[in-house]
Design a protein around this ligand. Structure first.
Ligand SMILES: NC(=O)C1=CN([C@@H]2O[C@H](COP(=O)(O)OP(=O)(O)OC[C@H]3O[C@@H](n4cnc5c(N)ncnc54)[C@H](OP(=O)(O)O)[C@@H]3O)[C@@H](O)[C@H]2O)C=CC1
Ligand SMILES: CC(C)(CO)C(=O)C(=O)O
Length: 307
């Protein structure tokens, strides 16, 4: 299976690396020092479970040199979505699947006008990875899971082929027949985790212990559930409470990726997380005061560290 990774950072580098290790024909799209290192010394995955190095990988910043592929793993940060989608036009043929592992529930609607309905397959990724240094991806913890599927629920041949490639590479992967619900359910958890860890500058341990922050965490997630249900997504009504129980099982030191971005003074995906909840809530008349407050206290950091 010929696979191109658009944005070979924490997420794309990790999953693209595992797919290549499993025998897929993978080309990595990257830029800057990371691209130079991939070309010079290959790709290294630092992982507590299964570290490995691929000493030589195909890497480029020019999609025109790749030719049409079977599947594009789309893994740029959300603010790069439109530009990266336009850049991959030369490698998307009539049967190419484009699988966005990005966070949030708006990513596929951002891609659809550029790439068309047929190209898109829905997906979520559960993992914690980052570019440790050029050419090197570091995984925190051992959680790694991909869930993907066609938006119409069909178990398509391209989804089955991708599943086989994932499993060959040691990726814990599965096909979902209700991928829209999966994407929203991950969104409920991610918005809660990112909102509360960023607003408090604390890990999830103290957030879930304190009655005030615990109530706010639950309230933030309840708003996401209400917005999803108003958008006719079959998220169970009590899903926020269920996620809170799940959060109680997580390591106390866990934070969201947006917390790392905030701590490092990098740009934030806030407009598509709590900000996305506010916008999507407004579109269907569902009030989202807690997510609005989170968005409004973090907004000064959304473009990176304020001067
Ligand atoms: N990392 C994780 O653990 C998880 C991340 N996600 C989501 O996945 C998405 C990606 O996150 P993550 O992997 O952490 O981000 P990274 O910043 O680590 O990786 C994105 C990479 O894409 C590169 N890039 C952007 N545009 C282009 C382009 N046109 N051509 C070539 N390369 C390009 C960036 O380069 P440059 O640095 O130069 O901009 C960067 O190296 C986000 O939506 C995130 O929320 C979801 C689950 C877990
Ligand atoms: C919650 C988590 C770690 C799950 O993959 C995530 O997606 C993020 O923090 O961006």
């Amino acid at each position: 299976m010929r696979i191109a990774v658009m944005g070979s950072g924490g997420l794309g580098g990790f999953f693209g690396g595992r797919l290549a290790k499993g025998g897929a024909d993978v080309v990595f799209m990257a830029r800057g020092a990371h691209l130079a290192a991939l070309k010079a010394t290959g790709l290294t995955i630092e992982s507590p479970e299964d570290p490995f190095t691929l000493p030589a990988v195909q890497a480029t910043d020019d999609p025109a040199t790749i030719g049409p592929v079977d599947l594009v793993l789309f893994t740029v940060k959300l603010w790069d979505t439109e530009a990266a989608a336009r850049a991959i036009a030369p490698i998307v043929g009539p049967r190419t699947a484009v699988v966005s592992l990005q966070n949030g529930v708006q990513k596929d609607d951002m891609l659809r006008p550029i790439l068309g309905d047929n190209a898109l397959m829905g997906a979520i990724a559960q993992i914690s990875t980052t570019i440790a240094r050029p050419g090197v991806i570091a995984q925190t913890g051992t959680m790694q899971r991909l869930v993907f599927g066609e938006f119409d629920g069909a178990r398509s041949e391209r989804a089955e082929r991708f599943l086989a490639a994932c499993l060959a590479g040691g990726i814990k992967a599965e096909i979902s027949t209700d991928i829209t619900r999966e994407i929203w359910q991950k969104f409920v958890f991610l918005v809660g985790l990112s909102a509360l860890t960023c607003a408090t500058r604390c890990t999830i341990g103290p957030v879930r212990e304190n009655p005030h922050t615990r109530a706010m965490l639950l309230g933030v997630m309840e708003e996401v559930v209400a917005v999803g249900r108003a958008h006719r997504v079959a998220v169970p009504e009590d899903f926020a409470a269920e996620r809170l129980a799940f959060i109680d099982t997580l390591p106390a030191g866990m934070v969201a990726s947006m917390f790392h971005d905030l701590a490092a003074g990098r740009r934030l995906e806030l407009p598509w997380l709590s900000g996305g909840v506010v916008d999507l809530g407004a579109a269907v008349g569902v009030p989202t005061p807690l997510n609005r407050a989170i968005r409004d206290v973090l907004v000064l950091h959304a473009d990176g560290r304020p001067a």
